[in-house]
Design a protein around this ligand. Structure first.
Ligand code: ADP
Ligand code: MG
Length: 256
């Protein structure tokens, strides 16, 4: 479903050496699969997602979605890809000024199926996300955790085949984080959605089918100086051991 091939993106630093934010990343997310990309702050996670969302073009490499290279789309094609094919839970929390929870969550559906139907269709997901009591509240007056869940409902609303999540539990307490991660995993399995979740929270990786570790823009190999990341992450879930050692964690694990 999603294939990244040798993806490279530099950021200018205003005079100094450009930062290689994404440095030769190749990976894959299959339909119905939840893949976590775990890395510390500054490791290139958000940059990688903006490349997959076709918001930014890579310096080299390809982003294949169902075999189509979305890194070479025109602006209009990229906007249509984001509207119809992609769900992107980003960290910007862009709200409709003065809009209520339903309206904010239904924004994409307004464009694809119209306002009335959009408002109707988005409500059950908001309820699943624990916002049933808040449907008519102004979204810009909600707590950050509630806003984050409105953004999750918006990203899921169009039933995208590819879902990107940038620290989707960053503003949630432990219990709510668990619920949201379980919900994301469930929805992806139900719908056959490919989910790429980036996080610096080791707990979040435990929900993924597979985990990659990103360090300084590169997928980490087994190495002696992996530092405290490796044991801390490896202890969390059997899937991680495979990601870090490069070997499947169980004999039945699919080849990668
Ligand atoms: P993460 O999401 O893992 O915290 P980012 O992708 O945001 O990492 O950043 C990766 C690196 O690229 C960091 O060193 C960051 O400072 C740099 N960076 C990110 N965005 C920009 C930008 N727009 N301009 C310049 N440097 C950037
Ligand atoms: Mg980030």
């Amino acid at each position: 479903m999603l294939k990244l091939r040798d993806l490279v993106k530099h950021h200018p630093t205003g005079g100094g050496e450009p930062v290689r934010a994404v440095d030769g990343v190749s990976m894959e997310v299959r339909a119905g699969e939840m893949v976590a990309l775990y890395g510390p702050s500054g490791s290139g996670k958000t940059t990688l997602l903006t490349l997959v969302a076709a918001l930014v073009a890579p310096d080299s490499g390809a982003v294949l979605v169902d075999g189509r290279d979305i890194s070479i789309l025109s602006d209009a094609e990229a906007a249509s890809y984001r509207l119809h094919e992609l769900g992107y839970i980003d960290q910007a929390f862009e709200l409709l000024p003065g809009g209520d929870v339903i309206q904010n969550a239904a924004l994409k559906l307004w464009v694809t199926v119209g306002v009335r139907r959009g408002n109707r269709e988005v409500a059950p997901m908001l309820e699943r996300l624990g916002l049933g009591e808040r449907l008519c509240h102004r979204a810009d007056l909600l707590s950050m955790g509630e806003r984050q869940r409105v953004m999750i409902a918006r990203a899921l609303s169009t039933e995208p085949k590819l879902l990107l999540a940038d620290e989707p539990t960053g503003n949630l307490d432990t219990q709510r984080s668990r619920e949201v991660l379980e919900l994301l995993r469930e929805v992806c399995r139900e719908r056959g959605t490919a989910l790429l979740l980036v996080t610096h929270d080791p707990q979040a990786t435990a929900y993924a089918d597979r985990v990659h570790v990103l360090r300084d823009g590169r997928l980490a190999e087994v190495d002696a100086d992996a530092g405290p990341l490796t044991p801390a992450v490896a202890a969390l879930a059997p899937t991680l051991t495979g990601a870090i050692t490069g070997t499947p964690s169980a004999p039945s694990a699919p080849p990668r």
